[in-house]
Design a protein around this ligand. Structure first.
Ligand code: GDP
Length: 141
C-alpha cells in the first residue's frame, strides 16, 4: 500500500468542545500520523477558497459562516492509504448516516457541524495540503 498524505481539519464545533486531543489520539491509534499541525482562525476569503468547489451549493454561505466561527486545527496526516483510511475513520458527512465507531458518529452535531474534514481524493489531498502548508512545514517521520 502506498504511503499518502491527506489534509485533516478539526472543525470549529469540535475545537469549541475540547475534542482536539481525543481526535488526534484516534488518528495516531490508526497510524494516521500528524506530520504538520497548526491552529488557525480562517478568514472568509480563506474558507471560501478552500471550499470553492461548493460555491454553487445552497449551503455554501452557511458553511463559510461555520468554518470561520472559531479556530480550527489543520493537520497533514501521513500513512498507508491515508486518504481513504482517514475518510473511513471520519464516517459519512451526515452523522445520522455515519457508522458506529467513526469520529462523526461519535462527535458530529449535524450535517454541517460535523467535527472533521478530510480530503476525498489524491487530487484534493494535493491541493488541500498545499493550500495550508508549505513543504518545509511537513515533517516526515
Ligand atoms: P465531506 O467531504 O464529507 O466533508 O462532505 P462534502 O464535501 O459534501 O461537504 C463539505 C462540508 O459541507 C461538509 O463536511 C459539511 O460541513 C457541509 N455540508 C455538506 N452537506 C451539507 C448540507 O446539506 N447542509 C449544510 N448546512 N452543510 C452541508
Amino acid at each position: 500500500m502506498a504511503t499518502e498524505r491527506t489534509l485533516s481539519i478539526i472543525k470549529p464545533d469540535a475545537v469549541r468542545k475540547h475534542l482536539v486531543g481525543q481526535i488526534v489520539a484516534r488518528f495516531e491509534a490508526e497510524k494516521l500520523t500528524p506530520i504538520a499541525m497548526k491552529m488557525k482562525h480562517l478568514s472568509r476569503q480563506e474558507a471560501e477558497g478552500f471550499y470553492a468547489e461548493h460555491r454553487e451549493r445552497p449551503f455554501f454561505s452557511a458553511l463559510v459562516d461555520f468554518m470561520t466561527s472559531g479556530p480550527v486545527v489543520l493537520m497533514v496526516l501521513e500513512g498507508d492509504d491515508a486518504i481513504a483510511r482517514n475518510r473511513a475513520v471520519m464516517g459519512a458527512t451526515n452523522p445520522q448516516n455515519a457508522a458506529e465507531g467513526t469520529l462523526r458518529k461519535q462527535f458530529a452535531e449535524s450535517v454541517q457541524c460535523n467535527a472533521v474534514h478530510g480530503s476525498d481524493s489524491p487530487t484534493s489531498a494535493a491541493r488541500e495540503v498545499a493550500y495550508f502548508f508549505a513543504q518545509i512545514e511537513q515533517c516526515p517521520r
